[in-house]
Write a protein that binds this ligand. Structure first.
Ligand code: DC
Length: 236
């Protein structure tokens, strides 16, 4: 925003954390639309790096080579529509290539490399200091945007999260069962709960607002977030 310093831009951002399928994307998109700022899905950055690593044929167990490649990437995020983040590698918009089974299978091997995380956190902060964004992912309130005034931690039981994910999978034509999705959700929790990737509510930033979404509709969750944002950023 014209006239806003990088420090103020970081403070104005909204940080959203929570375990897999807790509603970070749905809530993040709705907030971005309501507040007219970009929705920054940080998982897309890890996915774009995974695509670049696969294209280059870099072995995933060679952490130094993977990190060197990630540091050299001309990676950027742009928002043709605030609710739809697009990832670019140079001039190429790679957004539509990032939800394939190949990327899905490899992304956690890239995102667990600490030096990759250091580099992507640096880039995420750089983008968030250009203009305020709603940023969702892992360790956003505790590491990426510590200075954001509005920090949200979305939680939901594994059963509720599995039911939501099952709905999405059935909608996209897959024939999963509830038990399959529930065990996949619990496996993802275990994989994601490493290092500083906090996914349990008791690991959230001390000043994060905890919202248990089990019994709430998305509109109610979004309304609580907007109320917190306005209270913490008077005059906006
Ligand atoms: O949220 P997602 O499924 O698109 O995330 C893809 C991968 O990136 C997954 O392994 C979690 C990881 N990730 C991360 O480590 N830190 C973030 N801020 C966002 C995603």
């Amino acid at each position: 925003m014209p006239g806003m310093t990088g420090t103020e831009s970081l403070a104005r951002c909204i940080a959203i954390d929570g375990p897999t399928a807790s509603g970070k994307s749905a809530v993040g998109r709705a907030l971005a639309e309501a507040l007219r700022v970009g929705f920054f899905d940080t998982g897309l950055m890890y996915r774009a790096c995974t695509l670049a690593v696969a294209r280059a044929g870099t072995p995933l167990d060679d952490e130094r080579a993977v990190t060197a490649l990630v540091c050299s990437l001309p990676l950027d995020m742009r928002w043709p529509d605030p609710t739809e983040p697009h990832v670019f590698l140079g001039d190429e918009d790679v957004t539509s290539l990032l939800r394939t089974p190949e990327i899905e299978a490899k992304v956690s091997l890239v995102s667990r490399i600490e030096d990759v995380r250091v580099e992507l956190v640096r880039r995420q902060r750089e983008i968030a200091s250009r203009e305020p964004v709603v940023m969702a992912g892992r360790d956003i309130g505790t590491r990426v945007l510590k200075e954001a005034r509005t920090k949200i931690f979305l939680d939901a039981s594994s059963e509720v999260r599995a039911r939501r994910r099952l709905g999405e999978e059935l909608d996209s034509g897959r024939t999963s069962t509830f038990d399959e999705v529930l065990s996949a959700t619990r496996r993802r929790d275990e994989l994601d709960n490493t290092g500083d990737r906090a996914i349990h509510p008791d690991q959230r930033a001390h000043d994060a607002l905890l919202i248990d979404t089990d019994a709430l509709g998305i509109d109610e969750v979004v309304a609580r977030c907007i109320e917190a944002y306005r209270r913490l950023n008077p005059g906006t």
